[in-house]
Design a protein around this ligand. Structure first.
Ligand SMILES: Cc1ncc(C[n+]2csc(CCOP(=O)(O)OP(=O)(O)O)c2C)c(N)n1
Ligand SMILES: [Mg+2]
Length: 556
């Protein structure tokens, strides 16, 4: 086999079904090797950032590695935003890159760039393969690395001559890393502290997703001990939001009832959480005298800022299951714990009632959130399919974070890495991983426009993602900072937009332009019923944005 065929065979042996990419001279052999196969689909996009974001969305929704492909220098550079975001959010993505042939390297050849050095800071591992016989070994190792421990992106660069040469192919058996179990002594110590606590709280982060999705041990543990549960920023879907113990999501947009549970806790059980800047209100939230039990698969986050009383480096689901089985927690908690949990939930519900539409119009953000709530609740047009909400990086995210509930695992995905433009591509990747679910992506106009050309990809690939655009003709988030921290001197934040619905129709998608709150739900229903990729252009006032009580802080 030539190197390109070996590389593609290695991908298949690791279970890869989709590769997202954009062609270039140094990857033509790889694309050709994929064209020969019926068991792997190459999906061509219109900008490499979209390939990386699609791989990210696919990886999150499938639990598998996501693979994106680009050519050397410029193509590789265009991928980086998605690789960086995958690193920020611990998503297993393989960036497979072509590279200048070895015999002309270090001569400033056309589009030459040191890819390993370029990608090293934003990946778990970056490698360049300099012998065709080693392609399978190093690609398989890269994929194992991406999927092991705290997941994350990896990069493999394949110089052109390495892809063209023939070699004896030898593949390694597929290996999935095992999930590390928690040590007994730490589990007993943690269980004892939880049982004795007076004001305990559980913080569930992205790493705890599976403890709900697969064995529900997190839910059972919280319920057995009657401990209120909050999630980290943008990870609201880590715990069922309709549980009587769910008390909100921390971070930007959190209500005080949620923050106060942590501020006043005597014992904090943090699972699959790295205590990020936003979740912790810049590390001011967790009281210094609280007993911290910190569970994470990455030893590097234990004690990074908050030093735990009990640090457990293990899988989240195995740890919640072990805690549940510990003798220390068999006795049901006393009545005051039940009362406290009920009061916490009531306070949270009281503070998260969606305010009535109050903006100057035409379409208010509150109305968009209300319409999305109808759709998530299985509104007309959604049929029996599950609806998945994908949130880009617009101001509307804060509304969603605060006011929408997610009651099934895998129904909410958001860009906590902050990359504008993540929404539409991630939604396409998620739709491929979950073909029978309905996917709605919410983006700001500024964010959507960064990747708008790839609506054509959605049309070409029959991916019926519905894009709701909160179109305020502004970089709203930055506009608000200029209002609050820069004396209202608006500079570089307002711009013009075309009719996005018309744009969508030009590309063969379904388009709706909505100018009144009342027209939103019917437009969403028509979009879902069309079976096409769709755009709902929600025309807003250019000052419409965040809830009134949420003012972005000054830069510091
Ligand atoms: C790629 C990228 N560039 C810049 C930023 C900084 N930024 C964060 S939000 C934002 C404005 C977003 O505008 P839009 O998507 O229209 O959403 P809105 O806030 O108006 O709802 C900007 C520029 C970012 N997060 N990502
Ligand atoms: Mg905007």
């Amino acid at each position: 086999m030539n190197g390109a065929r070996i590389a593609v065979e290695a991908l298949r042996r690791e279970g890869v079904e989709y590769v997202f990419g954009l062609p270039g001279t140094t990857i033509m052999h790889l694309i050709d090797a994929m064209a020969e196969r019926s068991d792997l689909r190459y999906i061509s996009v219109r900008h490499e950032q979209v390939a990386a974001f699609m791989a990210d969305g696919y990886a999150r929704a499938s639990g598998q590695i996501g693979v994106c492909l680009a050519s050397r220098g410029p193509g590789a550079a265009n991928l980086t935003i998605g690789v960086h975001n995958a690193q920020a959010e611990s998503v297993p993505v393989l960036a497979l890159l072509g590279q200048v042939a070895d015999d002309i390297y270090y001569r400033d050849a056309f589009e030459e760039m040191d890819l390993v050095r370029f990608f090293e800071p934003i990946t778990k591992w970056s490698a360049e393969v300099h012998g065709t016989g080693r392609i399978a070994e190093l690609m398989q190792r890269a994929i194992r690395t991406a999927l092991s421990g705290r997941r994350g992106p990896v990069m493999v660069s394949l110089p052109l001559d390495v892809q063209i040469a023939d070699a004896e192919a030898s593949f390694q058996p597929r290996f999935l890393p095992s999930r590390p179990a928690p040590p007994d002594a730490e589990v007993r110590d943690a269980a004892g502290r939880l049982a004795a606590a007076r004001r305990p709280v559980i913080i569930a982060g992205g790493g705890a997703r599976d403890a709900w999705a697969y064995d529900a041990s997190l839910i059972k543990l919280a319920s057995r001990l009657q401990i209120p549960v909050v999630t980290t920023w943008l990870r609201k879907n880590t715990f069922p939001n309709d549980s009587p113990l769910f008390c909100g999501s921390l971070g930007y947009g959190a209500v005080s009832a949620t923050d106060d549970l942590v501020r006043r806790a005597d014992v904090v059980l943090a699972i699959g959480c790295r205590f990020s800047e936003f979740t912790t209100k810049r590390w001011t939230l967790v009281p210094s005298d609280a007993d911290l039990i910190h569970v994470d698969i990455d030893p590097g986050v234990l004690g990074r800022y908050y030093v735990p009383a009990v640090g457990i480096c293990a899988d989240a689901g195995l740890t919640t299951a072990a805690l549940l089985a510990a003798a220390e927690i068999r006795t049901p908690p006393a009545g005051e714990r039940l009362e406290r949990a009920a009061a916490a939930r009531a306070a949270y519900l009281e503070q998260t009632r969606l305010p009535p539409p109050s903006g100057p119009g035409p379409v208010s953000s509150a109305a968009i959130v209300a319409a999305l709530r109808t759709m998530l609740g299985g509104g007309p047009g959604t049929g029996t399919a599950r609806t998945i909400l994908v949130q880009d990086a617009p101001s509307l995210g804060t509304w969603i974070h605060r006011y929408l509930d997610f009651t099934e695992p895998g129904t909410f995905y958001a860009a906590a890495g902050g990359s504008m433009g993540w929404g539409l591509p991630a939604a396409m990747g998620i739709q491929l991983a979950r073909p029978s679910d309905r996917v709605i992506a919410v983006s700001g106009d500024g964010s959507f426009w960064m990747v708008a050309q790839d609506l054509e990809t959605a049309v070409r690939e029959n991916l019926p993602v519905v894009n709701v655009i909160n179109n305020n003709f502004a970089f709203g988030n930055t506009r608000d900072r200029q209002r609050t921290a820069h004396g209202g001197r608006y500079h570089g934040v307002f711009y013009g937009n075309p009719d996005f619905a018309e744009f969508a129709r030009l590309l063969g998608a379904h388009g709706e332009r909505v100018e009144r709150d009342a027209d939103l739900v019917p437009a969403l229903e028509r979009a879902l019923a069309s079976g096409l990729p769709a755009v709902i252009d929600c025309v807003q006032d250019r000052h419409e944005g965040l809830p009134a009580d949420l003012v972005p802080p000054a830069a510091r």
